[in-house]
Design a protein around this ligand. Structure first.
Ligand code: CP
Length: 329
């Protein structure tokens, strides 16, 4: 039986089934051609309002959600928390409730605290989409990474995907691991020991500290940003030392499969995680990842909006509105 999306929110890939992830990817596939039309718009979310509520800096994710929502004909409002009443001490829940009182349908939230989108979703009738929370998850980034691999290589099951870099602090790594392993990829994580979180093997991944080993069988390598801003106790390797031991260079790529996909979620620290000639080279699909983010986010916004409509129709007098039990996640 075909999978039906029933969740009002997208909070992470951990709780999704393989079928739900496939549904998002297939829906994204059908939305991708909208961006190559002369008039890049479909009416799927006409009359809906999407708010981007970002408590952390972002270029790709925020703009991509805005473009995605506009291509679905939704109205979009961006809230920069530095210039909002958050600066006056308003809590996340109060901010969310006030945005909801403006009859907003979807809140896309990025937050520095892991679990912030889950908490918001439990308190709101509006759909909540996680645009990255702390070290926890960045589900749409992983979905666009997986979409790009599938588009380029035709499948996910059985592929070897290596994730290299700051695994310990990376929500992108976590979401990629959940998504890729559910779809049957073999995932290797590679970093110096202090950047590998304890018991990561329990997520079904292989660990190596040797980039040559991570590259050897890889069909795709996803290189993560070194998050130096999260280095509270000075435990990170120095930049030059990191590049020498883990940086992706043309020399190192010579030892990999000829057609290996070179990926990076951005923003890139050139000369730290990878050299410029690799970032801009023939194996790089980094900008295609960014383009695919639009289709993936269109799919996510469309699916959560549609599911929330069904929830409201099924239970128009629901007295538990706004309470945790009401959410489908
Ligand atoms: N990949 C990513 O999340 O980039 P931004 O921080 O620019 O959104």
């Amino acid at each position: 039986m075909a999978c039906v999306w029933t969740r009002k929110d997208l909070l992470g890939l951990e709780e999704l089934s393989k079928e739900e992830i496939d549904l998002i990817l297939n829906t994204a596939d059908s939305f991708k051609e909208v961006s190559s039309r002369e008039i890049k718009k479909v009416p799927a979310l006409r009359g809906k309002t999407v708010v981007n509520l970002f408590y952390e800096p972002s270029t790709r994710t925020r703009v991509s959600f805005e473009v995605a929502a506009k291509r679905l004909s939704a109205d979009v409002i961006n809230i920069a928390t530095e210039t909002s009443s958050v600066r006056k001490g308003e809590t996340l829940i109060d901010t969310g409730r006030n945005i909801e009182a403006l009859k907003v349908d979807i809140i896309v939230v990025r937050h520095n605290y892991s679990g912030a989108p889950v908490m918001l979703a439990r308190h709101l009738k509006a759909s909540v989409v996680n645009a990255g929370d702390g070290w926890h998850e960045h589900p749409t980034q992983a979905l666009l990474d997986i979409f790009t691999i599938k588009e380029k290589l035709g499948r996910i099951a059985g592929l070897n995907v290596s994730i290299v870099g700051d695994i310990a602090h990376s929500r992108v790594a976590r979401s990629n691991i959940w998504g890729l392993t559910k779809l049957g990829a073999k995932v290797t994580v590679c970093a110096p020991p202090m950047l590998i979180p304890p018991a990561i093997e329990q997520m079904g991944v292989r660990v190596t500290h040797d980039i040559t080993d991570a590259l050897a069988a890889a069909d795709a390598i996803n290189v993560l940003r070194m998050q130096f801003e999260r280095d509270q106790d000075g435990a990170f390797p120095k930049q030059l030392e990191y590049f020498k031991n883990y940086g992706l260079t043309r020399e190192r790529l010579k030892e990999a499969k000829k057609d290996i996909l070179v990926m990076h979620p951005g923003p890139i620290n050139r000369g730290i995680e990878m050299s410029s000639d690799v970032a801009d080279g023939g194996n790089s699909v980094i900008l295609e990842q960014v383009t695919n983010g639009i289709a993936v986010r269109m799919a996510v916004l469309f699916l959560v909006a549609q599911a929330n409509e069904s929830i409201k129709k099924d239970d128009p007098f629901d007295s538990t509105q706004g309470h945790p039990e009401r959410t489908s996640n």
